[in-house]
Design a protein around this ligand. Structure first.
Ligand SMILES: [Zn+2]
Length: 472
């Protein structure tokens, strides 16, 4: 019988990369998808080289490799799907149970293939056909996504927002303080941390008040996804269902207006693609070791459990970013600065205890025990307090600062996920008239009205379209 070409291991490997891409289409960088695809195909190529050179066992190696990809990369998806199921109060599906089962499945399949006396040509043909069928699915979904009518360009509303913030419309030109927009991802509102975590953080708000911050009491975001919340804030408007949120973060109204007023844009990136790096920034600073696509691909695999800690990922990223923000506040520039930072903390993984001590490895993703998130939240509060103290002390002229969470704790399964923490440091003449509750779309409407004498009206959550809750 004629031997079929061995293509299935390459296609199965690629399938998982394309699948992940298809479900995060507009939130990842294409270059990160390509490098992941090259890594997976390259790995398969290296493995297949061995039997090809030995001129034996090509079919069996290909089958084992395909089974390996199927089991290895479906682990994380399955784990996320079933880990919250509990039977009679027992959460069965922990890594300590699931991981050995997967290893056993892999070992048995490998053993069966190696020991098989049968000609495996037909099985290779079936694998080829299955792989071709499977890979069509994410490809079709990607194609349809791109064919969709995506709003990525600037529409009339954006043109109006930009024009209203431009120098020709904006009162004052000389008074341009540095502006900091500091986003602490998933930092609970005072209400949520009190109601759901039974922790009173009003002393933290008090300290900010004493420094001159206006801490809002009832602010809510209209969006539960980080990219949506941040995109709306940076564009001073609500978004449509088909908005290309990543593009709108990269080319935002706020940055355009500030650049037209002579600001330098300093962007502190996170691991998330949409805020990793800004094409419009004058200075990009990012301490991530790997991009979020690679990280998510590893998280979807049998390495799920080991990913975060093995890279000391969050710890280093957060601590280095905070240090660099303080350094930036000391840096003198001829132009005023717009400093943007997206800090994925207290967002998981949980790596800081309440005093900044390391969290046990087993709790890195523990969303069940409330003390784990709370510990990281308490540490983040103290670091924010120190950070703004340093920024205020280092600034030659009083800056404007927005401290904000993009959304509350979403996994708490309470009614407060849309409540956010937000605090504003503005010149005193505006600070006294700030409302109790501010939707993030109005952040820069308020700031520009205050600093530049523009006349933006406040939107609140009017025109906001609810978005379904998504994982990140
Ligand atoms: Zn977020």
């Amino acid at each position: 019988m004629k031997k079929p070409p061995i293509i299935h291991p390459f296609l199965f490997g690629l399938y998982f990369v394309l699948f992940l891409y298809s479900i995060n289409l507009f939130e990842v960088e294409l270059v990160n998808v390509l490098s992941a695809a090259i890594a997976v195909v390259g790995f398969a190529g290296v493995v297949m080289l061995i039997p090809l050179m030995l001129k034996r066992g090509v079919g069996k190696t290909a089958l084992m490799l395909s089974v390996f990809f199927l089991v290895f990369f479906s682990y994380g998806h399955l784990y996320l799907y079933i880990y919250e199921i509990d039977i009679f109060g027992l959460t069965l599906f922990r890594h300590r149970f699931l991981l050995p089962i997967f290893v056993l499945v892999l070992a048995s399949a490998g053993f069966a293939i190696v020991r098989s006396k049968k000609d495996l040509i037909n099985l290779n043909k079936i694998f080829n056909a299955t792989a071709v069928f499977l890979i069509v699915l994410p490809l079709a979904s990607i194609g349809m996504g791109f064919a969709g009518d995506l709003v990525s360009g600037r529409d009339e509303q954006d043109a109006r927002i930009r024009a209203a913030g431009g120098l020709e419309n904006g009162g004052r030109v000389s008074d341009r303080p540095d502006i900091y927009y500091l986003i602490f991802d998933e930092f609970a509102s005072l209400r949520q941390i009190k109601q759901t975590y039974d922790y009173d953080n009003s002393a933290f708000a008090q300290k900010l008040n004493q420094k001159g911050f206006h801490v809002t009491s009832g602010s809510r975001t209209s969006y539960l996804e980080s990219a949506w919340s941040i995109s709306a804030a940076l564009n001073m408007r609500h978004l449509q269902d088909n908005t290309d949120v990543k593009n709108k973060i990269h080319y935002s109204n706020v940055v355009d207006i500030l650049k037209s007023r002579g600001y330098k844009y300093i962007h502190f990136g996170s691991v998330s693609s949409y805020t990793a790096k800004s094409p419009r920034a004058d200075i990009n600073i990012n301490f991530s070791y790997m991009n979020d696509f690679a990280l998510n691909l590893l998280k979807s695999s049998m390495l799920h459990y080991f990913v975060h800690i093995s890279f000391n990922f969050t710890q280093d990223l957060v601590l280095n970013t905070l240090d660099a923000l303080v350094e930036m506040s000391k840096t003198k520039m001829p132009e005023p600065k717009f400093v943007f930072a997206h800090i994925l903390c207290p967002h998981g993984p949980f790596v800081f205890g309440p005093s900044g001590e390391a969290v046990p490895f087993k709790d890195a993703m523990n969303r069940v025990d409330k003390s784990v998130y709370l510990g990281q939240y308490i540490y983040t509060s103290s670091r924010i307090d120190q950070l703004v103290t340093d920024i205020l002390a280092n600034s030659a002229k009083p800056p404007a600062i927005i401290l904000q969470s993009d959304h509350g704790v979403r996994f708490a399964a309470d009614e407060y996920a849309q409540n956010i923490f937000s605090a504003y440091y503005l010149p005193t003449e505006c600070a006294s008239s700030l409302p109790k509750s501010i939707n993030p779309v109005d952040n820069f409407r308020i700031i520009f009205n205050c600093l530049f004498g523009t006349t933006y009206e406040l939107l609140g959550d009017r025109d906001a379209k609810a978005r379904p809750l998504h994982s990140d």
